[in-house]
Design a protein around this ligand. Sequence first.
Ligand code: NAP
Length: 302
Amino acid sequence: MSLRLGLVGLGTIARAQHLPAIAATDGLTLTAIASRNATLAGVANHTDLAQMLGDVDAVTLCTPPQGRFDQAMAVLRAGRHLMLEKPPGAALSEMALLEAEAARQGVTLHATWHSREAAAVEAARDWLSRRSLRATRIDWREDVRRWHPGQDWIWQPGGLGVFDPGINALSILTALMPDARLVGADLHIPDNRQTPIAADLTLDAGHPVTAHFDWRETGPQTWQIAFETDDGPATLSEGGARFTAPGIATGGEDREYPRLYARFRDLIATGHSDCDLAPLRLVADAFLTGRRHAAPAFEDHP
Ligand code: NAP
C-alpha cells in the first residue's frame, strides 16, 4: 500500500523538484499539501500543517529553515515520518531534539542533502578513495538575483545567505571526506543584510581544502570541486553532475530528488532514520569562528 505523503511550503523547490519526484516514486502518493498561499489540484489543500496531519503518514517540509523546528516537532509528535529539505534546520540544538523525538516516536527522520545524489558524486568518491589527495578547492559562484529572486528569508538570521547554496558543496565534501574540519572563515556581509553574500573557508581534511562561495557572480555560474591527487588533477563540476579525472569522464541525468524520495520510502520501510549534520556543523562553525567583513549594501533589484 502506498504511503500518504503531505508537503508543506509550495515554493520554488517544491514545484520544480518535489512534485515531479514524488509522482515518479512508487510506494508514495502525495495526498495533501499545507500552504499559506497556494493550492494544488487533486490533493487535499490545507492552510495549516496541524489540519493536514490527520490525513497523512509522512510529511516533507519545503519551507525556509527558520520556523521549521515547530513544524518538524509537530509532525514527529503526531507520529508521522518526516523528510527535511536542506538545510535541515536553523540551529544544531534543534536538530538534536528532533532526532531524539523521532527515536522516541519510532518514526523516520530523513535530513536530505540533494547534492549528494548528483549523478557523478559516487564516481568521484570511488576514484578518489584509491588516490592520495594533496589539495581540494571548492568554487561555488552564482548570481543570487538569478537564483533567489524575492526570497527575503535567505537574508534574515538563520537564512544562511551564501551558505544556502554553499552547504550543498559542503554536503558533497563531507560525503567524500567525512573528517573535514573547519579551520577558518571570512564572511562578507552587506551593510543592509544579516547573512553573508560571500564566504571563503579554510578546512583540513588530512590535506588543505579551501572553499569560495560568492553570490555576486554574474558571469559563468560555477559549482565545482577541483582535486589535486598523486594521480593528477580531477574535477567534480556542474554541482556534482560531472566528474573528470585521468582516464575517466562521467556524468548522467539529474535524478537527485527521485533518489531522495526512494531513500525516504526505503528508510520508512526498514525503520531507519538518516540525519547527517556534518554539512550544517561546518556552516555553524563558520558563523562561530569566522571573521566578519563589511560588504557594500546589496539590493535584489539593482
Ligand atoms: P521559497 O521559494 O521561498 O519557498 C518556500 C515556501 O515555504 C514558500 O513558498 C511558502 O510556501 C513557505 N513558507 C512558510 N513560511 C515561510 C516564511 N516565513 N517565509 C517564506 N516562505 C515561507 O524557497 P525555496 O527556494 O523553495 O526553498 C525552500 C527550502 O528548499 C530551503 O531550505 C532551500 O534551501 C531548499 N532548496 C531550495 C532550492 C532552490 O533552488 N530554490 C534547491 C534545493 C533546496 P506557502 O506559501 O505554500 O506557505
